[in-house]
Ligand binder design. Structure first.
Ligand code: GDP
Length: 197
């Protein structure tokens, strides 16, 4: 997909205040520092479309961008960061939870995972929560340039085997780097293929 235009539209604290036009929507989420802003900027060919926040984890708004005038890209705040959680419930926060559950035109959520990290409890819980709520998602491994091809292979296989402990089928995934632009075409082609507008 060629990116012809990418514009910031609105920051909302409530899914009801999100743009009304029913365009297909793709949301990006992940722990702070996972490389979300860099990925959004790389995908859209903008150096500053998504702002890197000086205060990690503090962005609490749903940020809408319109791409090529025919799909929305959404930058979501991160989800619960507590290392140990007493309940098995993922700590999402009402803003994200209601957005994900009730935003009707949400086509897919991209869950960003730093390829160098072991599978983290909150990420796994979050994906389980998405599954329980029948919200389609895809994993995007970020920062692939930090590993060699063989290390990438090992990291992905390890992540897959952890996922298979709770999933019968593996979610689709892409391996990306905002430095080398690896994975850009794959992610954009996926969006193009699934964009029904
Ligand atoms: P966010 O908090 O998830 O939005 O993460 P940022 O996009 O602000 O990135 C956090 C840090 O990781 C910054 O120092 C980025 O330069 C770095 N970073 C992000 N993506 C990549 C990548 O693909 N490769 C490398 N080497 N560094 C990256």
């Amino acid at each position: 997909m060629l990116i012809k235009s990418a514009k910031f539209l609105i920051s909302a604290t409530d899914y009801k205040k999100c743009p009304k036009q029913p365009l297909p929507e793709y949301a990006f989420i992940g722990r702070s520092n996972v490389g979300k802003s860099s990925l959004i900027n790389m995908l859209t060919n903008h150096s500053h479309l998504a702002k890197t926040s000086g205060k990690p984890g503090k962005t609490q708004t749903i940020n809408h961008f319109i791409i090529n005038e025919n799909w929305y890209l959404v930058d979501l705040p991160g989800y619960g960061y507590a290392k140990t959680s007493k309940s098995k419930k993922v700590e999402l926060g009402t803003i994200i939870e209601t957005y994900l559950k009730f935003r009707e035109n949400l086509t897919c959520v991209f869950v960003l995972i730093d390829i160098r990290h072991e599978a983290l409890y909150n990420d796994l819980q979050f994906m389980e929560w998405l599954g329980e709520n029948e919200i389609p998602f895809i994993i995007i491994f970020t920062k692939a340039d930090k590993l060699s091809p063989s290390q990438i292979h090992i990291a992905v296989e390890k992540y897959k085997s952890t996922l298979l402990e709770s999933w019968e089928e593996l979610p689709q995934y892409f391996v990306t780097s905002s430095e080398t632009r690896q994975g850009r075409e794959e992610v954009l082609n996926f969006i193009e293929r699934t964009n029904t507008s």
